[in-house]
Design a protein around this ligand. Structure first.
Ligand code: GLN
Length: 245
C-alpha cells in the first residue's frame, strides 16, 4: 500500500489559527484513498532525517516561538532540510513558518536567521498588521490557474529576492507585504504562504496537489482518485466569498 510520510516541525510551538488542521486534511484525504499516512514530529534540538518524510510541514507561530525555532532550524535542521528539498520532498510552511524559510526575519533590533531555502527576507514592520481574508491566483502546473483562499494575519513584510518566484498573485488581501501584489513563495517543491484558514480544508484541491507531488505522482501513471468534495467545495466558495473574489 502506498504511504505518505509527513514530518511536522515544532508542532507544539508552530501552530496558530488551527494550522494543525492542515495535517488532518492530508491524513483524511490519503486514508480515504487507501494511502497509508504516517506523521512524525521533530521538535527543538531533535535532528531531522532528510530521507525520513515525503512532506515536511511548518505551521504559523508567534514571534516569541519563532525565535526558538529559528535558531534550532539554523543550527540543528538546516542541512537536513536542504537535503530533503534537493531530493524533491515537499516543504510546506505557513505564515510564521514561511517567514523562516528565507534568509532572515528582522524583529526590532534582532535579526533571526532563516533556513535559507528560498531567496527572501522578512522585516517586522511598525505599521499595521496585515489582517483579513485573502485570495490569490496560482499556476502550479503550467497553464492551469487556480485560486487559493484563506485568512492572513502578520506583522512581518516579506520581500522576494531575484532568485525567488511568488506562489501566487494577490486577487484580494495583502499578501507578502501589502505592496507588490505577490503572495508566498514557490521554489520547486518548497512552498511558503501567509494563508491560514487553515489553508488545506479550504483548498482541498491544493491538498491533493501536495499529496501527488510528495508521492511523485504529478505526472501520474496512477492519479489520485477523486473524492466527494461537496463540503470542501462549499468551504472554498465561502472563503472566496469572504475575500470578495
Ligand atoms: N509572528 C509573525 C508575524 O506576525 C507570524 C504570525 C503568524 O504566523 N500568523 O508576522
Amino acid at each position: 500500500m502506498p504511504e505518505l510520510r509527513v514530518c511536522a516541525l515544532y508542532p507544539d510551538l508552530m501552530n496558530i489559527y488551527a494550522d494543525r488542521g492542515n495535517l488532518l486534511v492530508l491524513e483524511r484525504r490519503c486514508r480515504w484513498r487507501g494511502i497509508d499516512f504516517n506523521v512524525t514530529a521533530s521538535g527543538l534540538g531533535e535532528r531531522l532525517d532528510p530521507d525520513g518524510a515525503d512532506l515536511y510541514y511548518l505551521g504559523g507561530g508567534q514571534d516569541r516561538d519563532q525565535k526558538l525555532c529559528a535558531l534550532d532550524l539554523a543550527e540543528v535542521k538546516r542541512d537536513a532540510l536542504h537535503a530533503a528539498a534537493a531530493r524533491g520532498a515537499v516543504i510546506l510552511a505557513v505564515c510564521g513558518g514561511y517567514q523562516l524559510l528565507g534568509h532572515s526575519y528582522q524583529l526590532d533590533s534582532e535579526t533571526l536567521p532563516g533556513v535559507g531555502l528560498v531567496d527572501l527576507v522578512t522585516v517586522r514592520s511598525d505599521g499595521p498588521r496585515l489582517i483579513g481574508n485573502v485570495a490569490i491566483e496560482v499556476e502550479l502546473d503550467a497553464g492551469v490557474r487556480r485560486v487559493l483562499a484563506g485568512f492572513e494575519n502578520h506583522g512581518g513584510r516579506t520581500r522576494l529576492g531575484m532568485n525567488a518566484a511568488a506562489l501566487g498573485r494577490v486577487l484580494k488581501g495583502h499578501g507578502n507585504n501589502g505592496e507588490d501584489g505577490y503572495e508566498g513563495v514557490r521554489h520547486g517543491s518548497v512552498i511558503g504562504t501567509y494563508l491560514h484558514g487553515p489553508l488545506l480544508p479550504k483548498n482541498a484541491w491544493f491538498a491533493d496537489w501536495l499529496i501527488e507531488t510528495a508521492l511523485c505522482r504529478r505526472d501520474p501513471v496512477a492519479p489520485l482518485e477523486p473524492l466527494d468534495d461537496q463540503l470542501e467545495a462549499d468551504a472554498h466558495a465561502d472563503a472566496r466569498r469572504a475575500a470578495g473574489v
